[in-house]
Design a protein around this ligand. Structure first.
Ligand code: DC
Length: 219
């Protein structure tokens, strides 16, 4: 079969990454988590105290190596040669990813990486702007949503499961702030592509969402 791509966009906590992983496994294709790229930029910005200034960040990025490598089908993230796969899942790194992801220079720097990965293999990409900007020609596009409460509950359970000390209210407030920033930024904001199929995952497990997507793909 010719190479093809599947785009899954949606807000934080809608279940994109779990669903994307299941879908990739079932279809035997690659899964690229694009949020991990933004988190990796966010991690460096946090560590080095970058200002949210596009020109400065572009200069800093010229000196930065961000790589996604696939080990046994699992994506690992490298920042200047260091494996940061686990570190980017901790604390407020995602928030840094969201903030620095509003800068045009950051989006431009990560665009090529995402397109190159998509061109190389049939793949599922999840993120915020895959169907609208990164791969407007993707063969299949989905927009995955869920209510704020469902999303906050999932994120909270995930963080508590990892032993992190967080309150539900804080997780919910952070999600709302991230939604607002991701949806209102000037460049490539989070929004449903006109030709994307919208699925609300409030009352569905990840496996059910993946099944629904596969039934659309096979149709
Ligand atoms: O999907 P995630 O929570 O790991 O993403 C972290 C942040 O990165 C998210 O709040 C916004 C940003 N991001 C983006 O701007 N575009 C993408 N395609 C993926 C993530």
């Amino acid at each position: 079969m010719n190479k093809y791509n599947i785009a899954i966009d949606g807000p934080s906590g809608a279940g994109k990454s779990t669903v994307a992983r299941l879908l990739a496994e079932k279809l035997g294709i690659v899964y690229l988590d694009t949020g991990a790229l933004y988190r990796t930029v966010g991690l460096k910005a946090k560590r080095e105290g970058w200002r949210e200034d596009d020109a400065e960040v572009v200069r800093r990025l010229a000196d930065t190596r961000i790589e996604a490598k696939f080990v046994g089908g699992i994506q690992r993230m490298y920042l200047d040669g260091e494996d940061v796969t686990d570190v980017i899942r901790t604390g407020d790194v995602s928030d840094y990813g969201s903030r620095f992801g509003t800068l045009p220079g950051v989006r431009a720097a990560l665009l090529g990486l995402q397109r190159a990965a998509a061109q190389e293999n049939s793949s599922v990409l999840d993120g915020r702007d895959i169907g609208t900007c990164v791969l407007p020609e993707a063969k299949y596009k989905f927009y995955l949503t869920a209510s704020v409460d469902t999303r906050a509950r999932r994120r909270y359970d995930e963080l508590v499961g990892k032993g992190q000390d967080v309150s539900f209210e804080k997780v919910r407030t952070d999600i709302l702030a991230r939604d607002e920033r991701d949806m209102t930024r000037k460049i490539a904001p989070l929004k449903k592509a006109d030709d994307a199929i919208e699925i609300n995952s409030d009352d569905m497990t990840a496996a059910e969402v993946a099944e629904r997507m596969i039934s659309f793909i096979e149709r």
